[in-house]
Design a protein around this ligand. Structure first.
Ligand code: OGA
Ligand code: MN
Length: 281
């Protein structure tokens, strides 16, 4: 019997976990394993009104894998990174407008780090308007291809860049901004990710710039079409936040984005990232 009470939120992605006291999440490896299984099955787990404190959030994430500490220093608790457009709460806030486009985290790392395994967000403050976090299954994106497409796309490779994702929200960068974006190396990934489990997913989203060996505009049109099909409204779970909610997603199996919210919104999510241990291959 599963340790978790799980209710699916849509047919393809997202499930709600209820009846779980926040302190239960911190020190129980069996629960960590159950959460990872449920994540693999559902892509996203929602813990409504959990009111997890930041320290407990980091301890919970430790049950799931190694924690990303590369962005420490923005919050007093190590392992917590504030996601907000408010520059007084996060000096790198300008980059976060790119979260408004569908993406997979970690496709353009500074080195050769693997994409993150899972990410936890807890709502400290919410937007009055907009600011939902939306999710679509990237496994589903592959599964809905027909046999001919699975065959044709199986060998395609795609170049991802920070510039591609930043340009979508900042099409007219200053030379300094452009130089900063370009200092991040580009990364070539297969379009179809064959996971260790044997499942396959599509690697799409804002960082995907062009298809190797294809006319640039033709490749971009293909990527845009695949993204549209993956994120059709009936395939999306949109989480409308209340303060105290915690959501975790499987970054290897979902695309996500924030619905736009105003630049001066108080919205603040506390994020903890579990490092990945599987390359895109
Ligand atoms: C992220 C992200 C979406 C949101 O933290 O990686 O994309 O809704 N956040 O804030
Ligand atoms: Mn993200």
């Amino acid at each position: 019997m599963s340790l978790l009470t799980i209710n699916k939120l849509t047919a393809t992605v997202g499930a709600e976990v209820t009846d779980l006291p926040p302190q239960a999440l911190a020190g129980d490896p069996a629960l960590g394993a159950a959460v990872l299984d449920a994540l693999e099955d559902n892509g996203v787990l929602v813990f409504p009104g959990l009111k997890l404190d930041p320290q407990a959030q980091v301890e919970f994430c430790r049950q799931l894998g190694d924690i990303d500490h590369s962005s420490d220093g923005h919050h007093p608790v190590a392992g917590i990174y504030p996601v907000t457009l408010d520059k007084s709460k996060n000096a790198s806030a300008a980059y976060l407008r790119a979260t408004f486009d569908w993406h997979i985290d970690g496709c353009t790392p500074t080195g050769d780090e693997y994409p993150q395994k899972a990410t936890v967000l807890s709502a400290r403050q919410v937007a009055e308007l907009g600011g939902e976090t939306e999710f679509a299954s990237s496994y589903g994106a592959y599964e809905q291809l027909d046999d001919d497409e699975k065959q044709r796309f199986g060998s395609l490779r795609v170049v991802h860049s920070l510039e591609a994702s930043q340009r979508r929200v900042n099409p007219d960068p200053s030379p300094e901004e452009l130089a900063r974006w370009r200092s991040r190396p580009t990364h070539e990934h297969p379009l179809v990710w064959t996971h260790r489990s044997g499942r396959k997913s599509l690697v799409l989203g804002a960082s995907a710039d062009y298809v190797v060996g294809m006319e640039v505009e033709e490749g971009r049109a293909l990527l845009a079409d695949l993204l549209d099909r993956a994120t059709r409204p009936d395939l999306v779970y949109s989480h409308r936040w209340s303060v105290g909610d915690t959501v975790i997603w499987d970054n290897r199996g979902v695309l996500h984005r924030a619905a736009p919210y105003p630049q001066d919104s108080p919205r603040e999510m506390l994020r903890t990232t579990v490092l990945g241990d599987e390359p895109i291959q």
